[in-house]
Design a protein around this ligand. Structure first.
Ligand code: SF4
Length: 148
């Protein structure tokens, strides 16, 4: 009973203060600028408790921009594996969603879900900060549903 309550409290705390790590696999930086805009006081995702962290070991959410490339796939996988469970992935921008517009480049593998599961897709080239915030809101809803 006490253990269940503690686990419930942990899950609630994680949803109320999710820490993210951002990884750019080699996109054009358009999506990165929009994600950074979402982190600034103008859009202020900190009001949802979202904090940008530098270490995957401290992060709950991996926010990826850009397509999976041969050059970055091993590093991206290593970052994902270093994150503690439960971990979530949000693919930001059309490149991260499907690899497009670089899908047929010689060194592009495709979208992020070619490497590991993605929880939320935010399409757009680049998506606006409002769309990124909506993506985080969808992820929070998913986390809440998992809490039961
Ligand atoms: S989705 Fe568009 S803006 Fe984002 S990294 Fe790809 S090309 Fe750049």
């Amino acid at each position: 009973m006490i253990l269940t309550a503690k686990l419930g409290l942990l899950k609630w705390a994680r949803r109320k203060s999710p820490w993210i790590i951002h990884f750019n696999t080699g996109g054009c930086n358009g999506c990165d600028i929009e994600l950074l805009a979402a982190l600034t006081p103008k859009y202020d995702v900190e009001r949802f408790g979202i904090l940008l962290k530098g270490s995957p070991r401290h992060a709950d959410i991996l926010a990826v921009t850009g397509p999976v490339t041969n050059q970055t796939k091993d590093r991206l996988l290593r970052v994902y594996e270093q994150m503690p469970e439960p971990k979530y992935v949000i693919a930001i921008g059309t490149c991260a969603v499907s690899g497009a517009p670089f899908w047929d480049c010689y060194n592009v593998i495709g979208g992020i879900d070619r490497l590991f599961p993605v929880d939320v897709y935010v399409p757009g080239c680049p998506p606006r900060p409002e769309a990124i915030i909506q993506g985080f809101a969808k992820l929070f809803k998913k986390m809440e549903e998992e809490e039961g």
